[in-house]
Structure formats: structure tokens, C-alpha cells
Design a protein around this ligand. Sequence first.
Ligand SMILES: [Zn+2]
Length: 156
Amino acid sequence: MSFKESILKSTELGYFEGQVPVKYQYTLGIAGDRFFTTVMEKGDFIASECSECGTKTIYPLIYCEECFSPVEKFVSVGLEGELYSFTGCYSDFQGNRYSEAHLIGMIRFKGVKGGIIHRLKIEKGHLAMGLKVKAVLKPRKERIGGVDDILHFEMA
Ligand SMILES: [Zn+2]
């Protein structure tokens, strides 16, 4: 059957079993590279700050999503934020089950649009929206300028 043919009866439906291995790379872009270079070299988080409307965004952008102005200013927001949302993941991308849930949260920073989604190292009983959290980074010499330079977020 080609893409131009259509199935008129459900008895004509068929399927193939198998797996499609999907691998990908996601480029950081100019502002993302600056963010992770700052994490690696200075152990700090930065947001972009629009000089036209003042919107701060994390992960940083080179164009403001609010007024479409080019952004050239980046400001420190520190490593402490607030837990905005959280969930538990029970398997990896390949469907392999974890022995226990991996906790993932979205962390937002005061006065900043967007946030960081990352692992949480917090007991389930303490999880709550609005919880003050801080990032735990790898030791400086082990950082490579990627998302895993951030080990996890824990209670502040
Ligand atoms: Zn703006």
C-alpha cells in the first residue's frame, strides 16, 4: 500500500512489530552554550534579560519572547529557586523499569520566566509546590558544560 491509498475496511489494517532506535543530539544554541559555560566555569545560573521590556528568561534566549528584541544581557539568578511542579518517572527512554521512582521537578526562579527541569533529591514527604530548592553541581573539575553538570536539586 502506498501513502496515496486509503484503508476503507478495518479488516485491511495491519501492523509490523519491532523497534525503531531513535537517537538524537540537541544543540545548545548561543544562549544555551553561555548558560552551561557559566555553570561549568562559575557554578552559577544565568538568565537572559531583555533591555527593551525587562523580561528575564531561563534557559536564556538571544531573542525576547515577549517583544522579539535581540537580547544581549545576561544576569545571575543564583542556584536557588522554587519547586513549581514535580513528578515521578518509573522507566527510562528505552522502557527499562527503575527500582524506584526518579523524581523530576520544574524549578522556577523569582522574577524569571521559564525554568529548569531536573532531578530532585528530596524525600517524597517533603515535596510541595513552592518548596525552596537549590541546585547541587558536580565539583568544578568534573563539569563539562552540559546538563549533567547539575547533579540534582535538593531542599534549600
Ligand atoms: Zn522584551
